[in-house]
Design a protein around this ligand. Structure first.
Ligand SMILES: C[S@@+](CC[C@H](N)C(=O)[O-])C[C@H]1O[C@@H](n2cnc3c(N)ncnc32)[C@H](O)[C@@H]1O
Length: 379
């Protein structure tokens, strides 16, 4: 099978920097994790080496949302190891807009200041290899970071027949998706366990199904995925799309529970633990939808609809377009999806109160075991 078959061939964030421009919430999530990242670095032995300090950002999109976190971690590193060069590699899928990424990182995006303007000896690279596989040679990464990316599955074991997302899947379909998600998580961790240097650390912030049942877009008020599903299905009812196109539409994601995230690291007989990866810290975090928060302050329903709906669209649009029959001309497929998101915006404009895309993340700091250190295992 081609490495681009399956779910990986259908997803792509918006290009030309529009992903970052329309996802303030994802940036808030990462900005709020700067302390966690700096603490993770504080727990590493970084002094005394002249080797470059190697950072990887897995599933980085256009690099705009993580730029200030990397600025903070580089500053934290340089405070203790001022002479270490930093090599930072952004990874994503081949369809990602790497041109936008390098524009941002090189200070070419208006309003965005790059860490390269503040620090010397920073070397920036990109790798278009999926995070389900090793991306770097064994033992070469000091600090890995990933935000809001590893909920995307390697492949869909089955479409969700009467919904567009795992949040609305039941029974055997949900269990098949769960099995894929758990196997994917194991593969992700094994690949990172291989890449990390002994004593190297990995900070992941993954969309999660919290213990109280909340998940992104379902934190009270309307369930965003139910709303999106209802509007997409109504296009079957009015004859715009076919029933089989609707059934084919499944966003290839899974929100794991905190226990599912932690399990491979806590099982001493499992492959991840045996590969040397240890859990240092874990916590579930809530991040308010910035567009809903602004609406709560200014009551501007038009502005809310025009910011909140594009935010949902940045990451989901290609799934809807690709679910439509390939025999339809591309312009027609795009027009159908445009109409779909316009109907979403109309709904939000007419009744804004219940809508929000608050985030629920499981944040984890992991460490590659080094024989001379004892590692504290978090909750
Ligand atoms: C929602 S964006 C998050 C971007 C950024 N990390 C942030 O938090 O704003 C998810 C990113 O993960 C990438 N992604 C999904 N599956 C991937 C895979 N198998 N390997 C690498 N990147 C992947 C997507 O292409 C996308 O750029």
């Amino acid at each position: 099978m081609s490495r681009l078959d399956g779910a990986r061939s259908t997803i792509s964030m918006w290009h030309e920097g529009d992903y970052s421009a329309h996802t303030q919430g994802a940036k808030d999530v990462i900005d709020n994790a700067r302390g966690l990242a700096c603490e993770a670095i504080a727990g590493m032995a970084v002094e005394g080496s002249r080797e470059p300090f190697r950072i990887a950002d897995y599933g980085a999109a256009d690099g705009g949302t993580s730029i200030d976190l990397h600025r903070a971690t580089i500053s934290a590193l340089r405070a203790r190891a001022p002479h270490r060069a930093v090599c930072i590699t952004y990874t994503d899928l081949p369809r990602n807009d790497y041109s936008a990424l390098f524009t941002t990182v090189n200070g070419g995006r208006p309003g965005v200041t790059s860490y390269r303007d503040e620090h010397d000896d920073i070397f920036v690279y990109a790798a278009a290899t999926s995070f389900f596989e090793p991306i770097f040679p064994p033992g070469t990464i000091d600090f890995g970071f990933s935000a809001t990316a590893m909920h995307w599955l390697s492949a869909l074991p089955c479409p969700v027949g009467d919904h567009i997302h795992m949040a609305g899947a039941h029974g055997e379909e949900r269990e098949a998706l769960r099995a894929r998600a758990l196997a994917d998580w194991r593969d992700i961790l094994l690949a990172r366990a291989s890449e990390l240097k002994p004593g190297g650390r990995l900070l992941t912030m993954n969309l999660a199904f919290a213990d109280d049942g909340r998940h992104m877009g379902n934190t009270g008020g309307a369930n965003m995925f139910d709303v999106m599903n209802h509007l997409w299905r109504s296009l079957v009812d009015d004859g715009t799309i076919t029933a089989s196109e609707y059934r084919r539409t499944t966003i290839p994601q899974f929100y794991r529970t905190p226990a599912e995230f932690h399990a491979p690291l806590l099982d001493p007989d499992g492959p991840v633990h045996r590969a040397g990866l240890r859990l240092v810290h874990a916590e579930t975090r809530f991040t308010r939808c910035p567009y809903a928060a602004r609406f709560a302050e200014d009551g501007d329903a038009d502005r809310f609809a025009e910011t909140y709906v594009p935010n949902t669209r940045t990451w989901s649009e290609t799934v809807f377009v690709n679910a439509l029959d390939a025999a339809r001309p591309p312009a027609l497929r795009q027009a159908i999806v445009d109409r779909y998101f316009e109907s979403f915006a109309d709904l939000v404009r007419s009744d804004p109160e219940p809508h929000a895309m608050d985030y629920i993340h499981e944040c984890m700091v992991m460490e590659k075991w080094r024989p001379e250190a004892s590692t504290k295992v978090g909750s």
